[in-house]
Design a protein around this ligand. Structure first.
Ligand code: UDP
Length: 322
């Protein structure tokens, strides 16, 4: 079947990698890339030369068209804590109102795919976190606009499935890094690399012993394509997607200081309510997506990202977060 796709957030870091993958497919008739360029950039799409792709500048929560789609992929939300904390109400609108609005643009029988987050687990009390873990989230805390709007959108889509039989797919993404992250994004890997290439001082918050599981963007986009595209599937989500090799933040920073000589780490006060650990249980992902694994080693992914950032630093006026 030839599919007409709408990808909201398609000019973003992860969204643009997914667009690239979908344009390699022969069963894609058209992709409308919707993005309000809040964190996404036109530059992420500049390399695309394919008549099937059309960019529309607009927001998920207000986009209107007479066109209807076989598949809607909703990735339209900042994922970096400094960015979503800067405009938390807009984050809630993007996720929840975005899903409420975009679902009206589905063809009957169409599929709605949503990128949720490991943040639904909050500061987890068990490790690794399986999808059945209900989380430890502060619903009024500084991260709540992101955590709770993702949780609410999961709930909304499950109700659309239960009440209207809407076909849905929901993934929970753990930390993703790689080329096309903004230099002023503020998330750890990109921030450390940007800092290494500019000021030479890598800012670690707290003692750096808090851990994350760092997934390289190619592996993650691969999983999204597989899960969002499978027609005959008896599992609609939520599905953990990420890399299950857990590494402390300070170890990431140290690795980057070794790659870029003359750089050093500076310790800053801890971020309030920064989760102490995060690691996906991928048992279900391996079952639902046979053949998929997060195969790119962290060391390779970081070096690839470093090479990409060297080019960006030469051509950009933006600076990493201090
Ligand atoms: N972090 C840090 N320095 C930075 C950016 C992030 O020490 O310049 C830490 C942050 O406090 C957190 C971890 O790195 O413990 C991952 O942060 P990120 O923003 O990448 O993702 P998230 O907190 O959403 O997992």
């Amino acid at each position: 079947m030839q599919r007409r796709i709408l990808i909201a957030g398609g000019a973003g870091f992860l969204g643009s990698h997914l667009v690239d993958r979908l344009l390699r497919r022969h069963d894609v008739e058209k992709i409308v890339i919707l993005d309000n360029l809040w964190t996404g950039t036109r530059g992420n799409l500049a390399h695309i030369d394919d008549k099937r792709a059309a960019f529309v500048e607009g927001s998920a929560e207000s986009f209107a068209t007479d066109e209807r789609f076989d598949e809607i992929l909703h990735l339209a939300s900042p994922a970096s804590p400094p960015w979503y904390m800067r405009d938390p109400i807009r984050v809630i609108q993007a996720n929840v109102h975005g899903a409420l609005n975009l679902r009206n643009l589905l063809k009957p029988g169409g599929r709605f795919c949503f990128t949720s987050t490991s943040e639904v687990y909050g500061d987890p009390l068990i490790s690794p976190q399986p999808e059945s873990y209900r989380g430890s989230v502060d619903c009024t805390g500084p991260r709540s606009s992101y955590d709770e709007s993702k949780r609410c959108t999961e709930s909304l889509l499950f109700e659309c499935n239960r009440v209207y039989g809407m076909d849905i797919r929901i993934v929970r993404l753990f930390n993703v890094y790689g080329p096309r992250t903004r230099i002023d994004d503020g998330r750890a890997v990109s921030n450390f690399i940007g800092q290494a290439l500019t000021s030479g001082v890598l800012t670690v918050y707290g003692d750096g012993r808090q851990s994350r599981s760092w997934g390289y963007v190619d592996d993650i986009a691969d999983a999204l394509e597989r899960f969002f595209w499978r027609d005959h599937i008896d599992y609609i989500g939520p599905l953990n997607i990420g890399n299950d090799r857990e590494i402390a933040v300070v170890d990431v920073a140290e690795y980057i200081t070794k790659l870029v000589p003359g750089t050093r780490i500076e310790y800053l006060p801890p971020v309030p309510q920064d989760p102490t650990n995060r690691c996906p249980d991928l048992t279900l992902a391996r079952k639902v997506l046979p053949g998929w694994s997060a195969s790119i080693p962290y060391e390779t992914g970081v070096r690839e990202t470093l090479e990409w950032f060297k080019h960006i630093v030469r051509t950009s006026e933006a600076v990493p977060l201090a």
